[in-house]
Design a protein around this ligand. Sequence first.
Ligand code: ATP
Length: 379
Amino acid sequence: MMKPLSPKPGTAWSPKADQSFLHMSDLILKNIRKAYGHVTAVENANLTFESGKLTALLGPSGCGKTTLLRMIAGLEMPTSGDIILGGENIASKSAEQRKFGMVFQSFALFPHLNVARNVSYSLRIAGVDATTRRAKAQELLELVQLGDKGQRKIGQLSGGQRQRVAIARALAQEPEVFLLDEPMSALDAQLRGDLQMQLRLLQQKLGITTIVVTHDQREAMTMADQIVVMSHGRIEQIGTPQEIYHKPANSFVANFIGNANLLDGIATATGIRVGGTEIAVSDRGSFAAGQAVTLFCRPEAVALHDTEIPNSVPGTVTFVRDEGPAREIHLDTPAGHMTAEIPGSFEATVKIGDRFHAELPDGLLHLLPERSHDDEEAA
Ligand code: ATP
């Protein structure tokens, strides 16, 4: 049910200014900040979780993503700022009043109850009658593909099955917002991959606003409509998986999401000068000529040639990592260390010491602000 927009008198937030283009049940954070003594865990977060979409909060350990999720859940009170849901400021409401569904890294199921009773537990507390409870538990178990496991003991389930029970249990009360904190980190890689797909399909089917905390960029890319990349309590970028991957806002994001070539140079009128070579970059942003900048290019965009061609730098192969489907070629160039990713093949065609001209194709390049050492440490 959508709630009417009813901002409290005297709050700085203005529905007209902010929300004319948004769904009324979007969840909006306004200037959310959390400090623990001298530690600022989250700095001035401004962000919209669109109704019915899945957002991933992504970043390295200690970046503040769990603190942000806990503030949304009502388990931590913000030091300052507003949390708006459906037009209502819920920042001072308790977790019980918010009734958001939550799933944590640890399974936190009741071992003495069977699977179906775990799922229907919150309905029992809410006074729902036994027939309705049983029907609802069965419906939810079918949704998470455990329809035949209702009578099992929790101890008789695999890790992936337990986490699916936790998901079904969190959905039992039909929460308006579904929050998950590292829900797959206790699972092995294969199970994690399967559950990511299942959870994404379930979320799309139910159309429930969902926020997932993860430090795994692949998990975020697999599941999210929107990714929020965080570091040191700050939001570094908000975008679709494609935007974050292909157009990172800075070197931190570029390094955190996949592999990136980051070459330091000086902006020119038409691109960048790196390692004594002029490289044309159409997407050069608004950097002034003469400014120190960083050139960004994904390894799979780099093409290797035997002869010199425009927009290329000479390089000598220092390492070849064969990953099966792709081969990662490491190169030493006058512009710095680079990697190129080429399709894998049965023939070992590239070896250490080979010399190539590494083409940086304009159209797949992007100028970023000069990188700082902080970026590298955090990534
Ligand atoms: P992880 O992935 O390791 O859980 P995170 O990105 O979720 O990390 P948070 O747990 O949100 O990070 O922590 C952000 C910062 O706030 C860290 O520096 C952490 O030490 C600090 N912090 C978190 N909770 C508290 C607390 N209760 N008291 C003091 N400092 C805290």
